[in-house]
Design a protein around this ligand. Structure first.
Ligand SMILES: *[C@@H]1O[C@H](CO)[C@@H](O)[C@H](O)[C@H]1NC(C)=O
Ligand SMILES: *[C@@H]1O[C@H](CO)[C@@H](O)[C@H](O)[C@H]1NC(C)=O
Ligand SMILES: *[C@@H]1O[C@H](CO)[C@@H](O)[C@H](O)[C@H]1NC(C)=O
Ligand SMILES: *[C@@H]1O[C@H](CO)[C@@H](O)[C@H](O)[C@H]1NC(C)=O
Ligand SMILES: *[C@@H]1O[C@H](CO)[C@@H](O)[C@H](O)[C@H]1NC(C)=O
Ligand SMILES: *[C@@H]1O[C@H](CO)[C@@H](O)[C@H](O)[C@H]1NC(C)=O
Ligand SMILES: *[C@@H]1O[C@H](CO)[C@@H](O)[C@H](O)[C@H]1NC(C)=O
Ligand SMILES: *[C@@H]1O[C@H](CO)[C@@H](O)[C@H](O)[C@H]1NC(C)=O
Ligand SMILES: *[C@@H]1O[C@H](CO)[C@@H](O)[C@H](O)[C@H]1NC(C)=O
Ligand SMILES: *[C@@H]1O[C@H](CO)[C@@H](O)[C@H](O)[C@H]1NC(C)=O
Length: 820
């Protein structure tokens, strides 16, 4: 990722810095007439205690012929803190001179002056590099020029960055406005990041803000008028380390970062970033470039909108794209190329210029653009706002991401030639072939089988009637589980044909008993218990009756075969209703009322398992896949008690592997090898609650969540009061009981507390949801190492109702999964 490139670069810098500072002597005051040569790598000007030095630095990656910059660097390997001419690259014959006239100049090999401090004939008599990294030119009495007052792309601790100063890197710039806003701009015109003070501060009429990076790792604004500084951001390593240099740097990718580097460690890490989603940096991919992410890495990729474009510089994708045929040279028809899930970045100034923003439909939006000579592209938001951006500017910056609710169009000279993904296309064809083959052969098998079955059935009709009566009697008389033979189950499932799903413990098939009861038959795998013990467990499970638990009807234990027969749930599992499959937009959608009832039902089912039944059971695998819905959409928890059926030592292992990829539901204690208690179920249940509200997988990391865990993001949004942002998008236009949503979210954040003792019991959760008790404001569920602002993380405090939790705290034995 980005960090690694920086680390590489910086360790290289460190390496050169170390060589230089060890060989050259310490220079405290530099007199006019002194010169540094790019060719002599042993020369440098150092600060008194060698913390900083000024010397020629080879460019990274190395170029041929070699190029250099004249820069002030830190001995820890942090980025160069200042450079002559802001990183101007010069050849090996270049020199950095302190002229007798009193000015510093960078002269290229050809003799041309690349940079001049502009201090000639101002009485400058000495130059000094201070231990804080400031290069100062002074006359006999005071400082005339300093690198701190003329920053390039970086500021260091103790450096005051004020209104009027600018950090620059390529087309990007960073500045502090007198309002206290910090802004990043592209080409001095498009502000793609603008962070203001919070409202209570901004009405105070403060002026002359000074931005500083404090050595402890906090970015703050000082006001001459205010006794305490205003915190802008904390670095993720805030307060750590004693001799750590922290710098704020505007990188070449247009992002602003805080870097930390421990003196002498040679490593540098980024500990804060302004724009968390790199693709939101305007112009990152150049003109007409489209920024996106590759699944396999988190660094952004720059591409062209379609094959109607080509890269300006094939070896540097960030240089942007140009049309293969210019629009004015187009002999064919000009057309609009469609880009799904894409937007052309639009930030406030463009946003505010009225003619560029309309409220019209998608086709009208692109149609208007096509008809207008000044329009090059358009973006339609499909988030329900109906906003249409018409891009008339001659610089277009694209962003494509499956999470973006917008469609964009860009003008091309026809015919439109969308980007291909060749390997994918082939795979598609191969897949189609296979599918056809499989379908055909299945159909054939099915016909033969059906025919056989029909013949066989007719001849045996007599026998079946007898069986059916027997089952009905057994089932309803005693409530004891029915013992089926393997053959019977094979028959009732038509040879295990209709698969309902793949549970954590084995596949589930649909079957019809001879009394026409439809059932779900689960074929257990990996059961190594003896028959006697298996039957004992089965009777425990089947004696657990509750409206919100799936009922066990019977079982089969024959040789290797271990099967369980459950009542069939018409509407399948909850996950089918929560998560949309992008391809087959399933029409299934549960409104909020149903969702709330399901949440409550599942909580009641779990409460019964944990606290009310005779042999209490820890479920171990609470997730939407295990919450089934009957014909009235009542929630029924399934798969409980199964963890116990497996050899106990295997429970932890089995559960971990069976939910591989969906670890989002596992409480931290699973991974930390701590005892698994009913509180672990509470955690998983909390994650399910979040998914019920949001309709998104809790472990999804997307652009929208600023690449954070969804739960962490959701908590922050909740704290900000943005409940609507967390709610399933498909519900926003419906009637929602916001009070209920809030209760559900608060209960959720209590459930997913990292400390098991801070989580409520399931019965408390039920009371929270029902609104019969007041819910305290939940603390942040988990400290996320990527999230900078420590200020948002409240200290965890146990809710006052945690007393009852001792009931379910087992001794440190993962074997104890149920207690009596
Ligand atoms: C390089 O600089 C060092 C220190 O200033 C000096 O002693 C040495 O002679 C220089 N080497 C060349 C080749 O100029
Ligand atoms: C310095 O000269 C080299 C050629 O010797 C050239 O490539 C480079 O661009 C020049 N640098 C500047 C900043 O003009
Ligand atoms: C060098 O000087 C700076 C500024 O006075 C100080 O912060 C730093 O600790 C010193 N470093 C060493 C190694 O003495
Ligand atoms: C030194 O510079 C300062 C500020 O530029 C100026 O006010 C002062 O007169 C100068 N002193 C001398 C001795 O030139
Ligand atoms: C930065 O500002 C503070 C407070 O205004 C001042 O004490 C300090 O000397 C300034 N630092 C520099 C390097 O100018
Ligand atoms: C400052 O930033 C806020 C957003 O944080 C924005 O609403 C406001 O308009 C900005 N103010 C100025 C003067 O740019
Ligand atoms: C806004 O700033 C004031 C003063 O620094 C601070 O007390 C308050 O907590 C801040 N509010 C938010 C929401 O950050
Ligand atoms: C802030 O300044 C504006 C104009 O300069 C003035 O009208 C307003 O009263 C001031 N507000 C406060 C709180 O001083
Ligand atoms: C500084 O603050 C005081 C009160 O705290 C206020 O009266 C004064 O106008 C402020 N000055 C400026 C320049 O904002
Ligand atoms: C995504 O990354 C993989 C592995 O790094 C690479 O093979 C593939 O070409 C990349 N895809 C694109 C579109 O760059």
């Amino acid at each position: 990722m980005k960090l690694q490139t920086h680390q590489l670069l910086l360790s290289f810098v460190l390496f050169s810095a170390v060589i230089i500072s060890t060989i050259s002597g310490t220079t405290i005051t530099i007199s006019p007439g002194t010169t540094l040569y790019a060719s002599n790598t042993t020369q440098s000007w150092s600060s008194p205690n060698d913390t900083f030095s000024l010397h020629f630095l080879p460019l990274h990656p190395p170029t041929f012929p070699p190029s250099f910059t004249a820069a002030v660097v830190h001995s820890g390997g942090a980025p160069a803190v200042w450079s002559a001419g802001n990183g101007a690259a010069v050849d090996s014959a270049a020199s950095f001179q302190f002229l007798p006239a009193g000015n510093l100049v960078l002269v290229n090999g050809s003799g041309s002056t690349v940079w001049d401090s502009g201090t000639s004939n101002m009485g400058v008599s000495s130059a000094t590099l201070h231990d804080n990294g400031n290069l100062v030119l002074s006359n006999a009495t005071s400082s005339v020029w300093s690198s701190f007052d003329n920053p390039t792309d970086t500021i260091v601790s103790f450096q005051n960055f004020t209104v009027g100063m600018v950090l620059r890197s390529g087309s990007f710039s960073f500045s502090v406005l007198s309002s206290g806003n910090l802004t990043l701009k592209w080409s001095d015109s498009v502000p793609y990041w603008d962070q203001g003070l919070n409202f209570s501060m901004s009405v105070m009429n403060l002026s002359s803000p000074v931005l500083g990076v404090e050595p402890k790792g906090v970015l703050q604004l000082f006001y001459p008028n205010l006794s305490a500084p205003v915190v802008v951001a904390y670095s993720s390593d805030y307060g750590e380390g004693s001799d750590v240099l922290r710098v704020l740097k505007l990188d070449g990718d247009g992002n602003l970062r805080v870097y930390s580097s421990k003196r002498g460690s040679g490593t540098v890490s980024s500990t804060w970033v302004a724009v968390e989603d790199q693709c939101e940096v305007f112009g990152y991919c150049g003109h007409n470039g489209v920024c996106s992410y590759n699944d396999s890495s988190s660094s952004p990729i720059c591409g062209c909108p379609s094959q109607n474009f080509e890269m300006v510089n094939p070896s540097d994708s960030r240089k942007g794209c140009r049309r293969k045929v210019r629009l004015e040279d187009c002999v064919g028809k000009v057309a609009m190329l469609q880009l799904d899930h894409a937007q052309f970045l639009t930030y406030p100034p463009q946003f505010l210029i009225n003619p560029e923003v309309f409220f019209i439909g998608i086709s009208a939006c692109s149609g208007n653009c096509l008809a207008s000579n000044s329009c090059f592209a358009s973006t339609s938001l499909s988030d329900g706002s109906g906003l249409c951006y018409i891009k008339t500017s001659n610089f277009i910056s694209g962003y494509q991401n499956p999470a973006l609710p917008s469609t964009s169009y860009i003008k091309v000279c026809g015919p439109v030639a969308p980007n291909l993904a060749p390997s994918l296309e082939n795979a598609h064809w191969r897949l189609h072939g296979w599918v056809a083959l499989v379908v055909l052969s299945t159909l054939l098998c099915f016909l033969v089988f059906q025919g056989g079955l029909w013949l066989w059935c007719c001849r045996n009709r007599q026998r079946f009637g007898g069986f059916a009566a027997q089952y009905t009697l057994l089932e309803y008389a005693s409530g004891a589980p029915v013992h089926f033979s393997y053959k019977e189950l094979q028959r009732s499932t038509k040879g295990f044909k209709e698969k309902l799903g793949d549970g954590g413990f084995g596949a589930v098939y649909k079957g019809t008993l001879f009394n026409q009861t439809v059932v779900a038959v689960k074929q257990l795998e990996g059961i190594e218990q003896g028959e006697k013990q298996f039957r004992m467990e089965v009777s425990t499970i089947s004696s657990t009756h509750h409206l919100n638990l799936v009922r066990l009807i019977g079982f089969c234990s024959e040789g290797q075969h271990r099967l369980l027969v459950y009542e069939f749930m018409k509407n399948g599992s909850l996950d089918n209703f929560l998560f949309v499959d992008e391809e087959q937009q399933s029409g299934k959608l549960l409104n909020w009322g149903y969702r709330f009832n399901i949440a409550l039902g599942a909580a009641k089912g779990l409460t019964y398992l944990h606290e009310e039944c005779r042999n209490c059971i820890v479920h171990c695998d609470v997730k939407p896949e295990n919450i089934l819905l009957d014909e009235n959409y009542n929630a029924k928890v399934s798969d409980f008690g199964l963890a116990k059926l497996l050899r106990p030592v295997d429970c932890r292992h089995r559960t971990l592997t069976s939910v591989r990829g969906t670890r989002g539901y596992l409480a931290p204690e699973w991974l930390a090898n701590l005892p698994i208690t009913s509180k672990s179920d509470v955690y998983s249940y909390g994650m399910v609650l979040l998914e019920i509200v949001s309709g998104r997988r809790n472990f999804e990391v997307s652009e929208e969540t600023r690449r954070r865990k969804f739960s962490v993001w959701a908590y922050e949004e909740f704290e900000k009061g943005n409940i609507m942002g967390v709610i399933d998008r498909r519900l926003v236009n419906q009637e929602i009981n916001l009070e209920q949503v809030k209760r559900v979210l608060m209960a959720c954040f209590w459930c997913i507390q990292e400390q098991p003792s801070h989580r409520p019991t399931m019965s408390k959760v039920v009371q929270m949801l029902e609104g019969v008790i007041d819910i305290e404001r939940p603390p942040a569920p988990k400290i996320n190492s990527n999230a900078a602002p420590i200020s948002t993380i409240a200290t965890s405090s146990a809710p006052n109702y945690s007393s009852s939790s001792s009931l379910f705290t087992f001794e440190a034995s993962p074997l104890a999964l149920a207690i009596s």
